[in-house]
Design a protein around this ligand. Sequence first.
Ligand code: GLY
Length: 588
Amino acid sequence: MIGRGSAVLAAAILAGSSVLLVRPAAAAPPGPGQQQQQEKRPVAEGYGGAVATVDLDASKAALGVLRRGGNAIDAAVAAAATLGVTEPYSAGLAGGGYIVYYDARHRRVHTIDGRETAPKAMRPTSLEGIPFDDAVTSGLSAGVPGSVAQWELALRRFGTLSLGEALKPAIEVASRGFTVDQTFHDQTASNAARFKDLTSTAKLYLPGGALPAVGSTFRNPELADTYRQLGRRGGSWLYGGRLGAEIVATVKRPPVTPGSTRTVRPGLMELSDLAAYRAVERAPTRVTYEDNDVYGMPPASSGGSTVGEALNILQALPRVGVHEYLEASKLAFADRGKYVGDIPGVPLRQLLSEGFAKERACLVGERAIPAPAAPGDPDGSYGPCRAVPPESQKPTPAEGPETTHLVVADRWGNVVAYNITIESTGGNGIVVPGRGFLLNNELTDFTFGPAPGDPNLPGPGKRPRSSMAPTIVLKNGEPLLAVGSPGGSTIITTVLQILVNRWDFGMTLPQALAAPRATQRNTAQTQAEQGFIDRYGPELTARGHSLVLNPEIGAATGLEFLGGGRVQAVAEPVRRGGGSALVVSGHR
Ligand code: GLY
């Protein structure tokens, strides 16, 4: 256990452990005249703007925009669109996402919700009885895309570029191509069985029936053309126009390969659903952990509320160690499941209140609470510990590495934390013919049911509950940190663990991202990476936890303001093949 105020000691202990930390590459800032910016490396420090994404081309796209005088929002949109080219199985114009944005001029945090919505024809029973795997590859799971509306809103409200200008770097990468790396190859391979069953997808991602070879150049001229036209015509081309009509046609009649035995269910989306779509500005969630104001994404994301509640629970405890981290997460997930969804009346203020956190924290003892723990009662009246009996056992949900996250800061001090997704790695597996992009299967984030009273059942126009948790931290009103991660519901625990690593375990941000992870989401078993099991397995098992291997949890990105205008951008050193951090200048 690590007591408060023992951060320095903790850092020393952690640094001395050969198994705990995957050591990040040294954060060597570029020397005078050095051109280190072209290399993929996980940590960069400097001035004038910074970016971290999972991909070098996307980071370069953002850096180019920053260097040409664009701001953090411009750069974030450019990077997101480029990820739609180079990370097309995680991001794309037919997906959705959440932006948390710190506006330096007005010293305010905003959020922009670009989450996909269910079509108007969707009902609470629409997914009932459908095997999850069938829904994954279907028109039925395709939500109304949110990304393009989100880009337009973000640029209009806070950016300086037009959509067409912001798409230019992505058009360039799609036209000239990018180098296929092991991650892209492996993600294509794991999708190949379904990609081959869809003509448009096989044509794009299995050219000549084969996987793109590592080291080869992958071009996507159709996507380049789609982006070009989108830039010229604007979002209305999708939200009610010709591109939208093609999306609807694809959702309703997925292009199944002749002779394939795969059943690909059609979807319910109509052009009117696209025309009705709006990206929305929402007030961020906020909790204060020690002196840090932590801002996140409100419902229908459960990111801000669950990270925030867990931090509040930890703050109510006398000591914070890995046991407490897992227990706080377990309790917060119990409350997430019961209360959070795209419904009126989510008790957000109470879920994030100190009183509720104290009541939940007093359940945390020496031994692990049996999971699944029951939800608490965020009713505004909090007293002594309310013991709640455990709920009946549910299977541990599988979570893949899907989704992606990027961070950008600019020379003015604006900051973006941006989570982007098409849900499964490879979305619903269906490329819109001739357009070069995959559709999302975000509606599989709904509860399939029957589940009376579940806040996350599907419904007309509803946004499926998300776990995406782009997070910005202010200290004394100034930006301090930005962080986020992919990984389905493990996003929440990854963000939480990184913050706990940074603040309670005394790690640097690169160490906090690299350190082995564990994810407790109110399930009987806690999934953990091998390094975590090696380091903490015996201690946690003795306290009643059951750890099970998850080989990789969350390829995160983050940045930290180090003082005097110096920013440290941080990507993964190893997970998902390692990410790319870049800064505008190594010098003031
Ligand atoms: N599709 C991942 C999430 O929204 O949590």
